[in-house]
Design a protein around this ligand. Structure first.
Ligand code: ATP
Length: 326
């Protein structure tokens, strides 16, 4: 499959503070890929960089190639056009992204009419179709509802409907289920899975939750302290992590290998390193049970690992880290 997105050596500073370094990964057409890591590891900033939604004081280096065009050198007009036609992003708190004092139907109609030169009546029919496609019962009635009349899961379905207006090729979903209860989380994940399969939509699912990611994604990118530390197939990552960080994430989240669901989050010992002041050497070394003196002084590159993935661990060839036990 052709690469839809190719991020290479991405670095990002905001207001002179370095927050992302050497972020590299690819997404193929139609792939659903997870981007995981603890809070502050740089997942959202990576998504916002792809969308061109950074604050004015941001400076990005490297390349973010989408369908062969470098988004980092694209002008604001071109980025706006892409966001209106090829790229969409949904966020953690859907209610916060919707206007509380306007019926949701009007808000979807606005988005439709911002993209297509159609009458209000046609835009309303399109809004209704979209609500049906994201599994909302009674779409006509939902169009006239306000957010306070809808559940969090319904609001997220509406945000997904809005993200689909432009029929994007790539959907960035930033913690789309975190604010929802477990049953609704599963329904939203099923919806995303269906959309990816039926539309060939490429999805980058940003989450700290390995259970959610392992349910939906064929590959997983792990970030720590502003860097990508592994890229691997999900099944391989769960059984044979090639880096002590995803290994620790797996142990801490206790993913059950039989169901591939996360049942408890206990956290990793130690404090996440701050990307603005990263440790010398391997950024994970202060929390790594396998560190050596070399890890304290030598920065590892992202290199090929056993199983076909990539890892940023100096000791990956000698360590045998087994995944979580069922
Ligand atoms: N606009 C900004 N200005 C300065 N620092 C920022 C800005 N946005 C994010 N950061 C910092 O960059 C780092 C990465 O943030 P980011 O939001 O990408 O992390 P994350 O992995 O998505 O975490 P979370 O899961 O909590 O959303 C954090 O240390 C954060 O405080």
């Amino acid at each position: 499959m052709a690469d839809l997105l190719r991020v290479a050596d991405l670095g990002l500073s905001i207001g002179g503070t370095r927050l992302l370094s050497d972020v590299s990964f690819t997404l193929s057409e139609g792939e659903v890929v997870g981007l995981v890591g603890e809070s502050g590891s740089g997942k959202t900033l990576t998504g916002l960089t792809v969308m061109g939604l950074l604050p004015p004081t941001a400076e990005a280096t490297g390349t973010v190639e989408f369908q062969g065009n470098d988004l980092l050198t694209a002008g604001p007009e071109e980025l706006r056009r892409l966001r209106g036609s090829e790229l969409s992003m949904i966020f953690q708190e859907p209610r916060a992204s919707l206007h509380p004092a306007r019926p949701v139907g009007k808000q979807i109609v606005d988005v439709v009419r911002a993209h297509e030169q159609v009458s209000k009546a046609v835009a309303q029919d399109r809004a209704c179709d979209l609500l049906a496609q994201v599994g909302l019962p009674n779409p006509r009635r939902t169009l006239s509802a306000y957010t306070h009349e809808l559940s969090g899961g319904m609001c997220q379905r509406i945000m997904i409907a809005m993200a689909l207006v432009c029929e994007p090729r790539l959907l960035l979903a930033d913690e789309p289920t975190t604010a929802l209860d477990v049953t609704i989380q599963a329904q939203i994940i099923e919806l995303l899975r269906g959309l990816a399969e039926e539309r060939g939509l490429t999805v980058l699912l940003i989450s700290h939750n390995l259970g959610v990611v392992s349910d939906l994604c064929s590959r997983v990118i792990t970030m720590y302290c502003g860097q990508v530390v592994t890229v691997d197939r999900t099944d391989h990552l769960l059984r044979h992590p090639q880096h002590p960080y995803p290994w620790a994430l797996l142990q801490a989240s206790a993913v059950d290998l039989d169901t591939e669901r996360e049942h408890e989050w206990t956290g990793i010992a130690g404090t996440p390193a701050n990307p603005a002041r990263p440790p010398v050497g391997c950024r994970f070394h202060p929390r790594c049970p396998h560190r050596t003196e070399t890890c304290e002084s030598t920065s590892p590159d992202l290199v090929a690992a056993e199983g076909g993935g990539l890892t940023r661990c100096l000791r990956h060839e000698e360590l045998t880290l087994s995944g979580v036990s069922a």
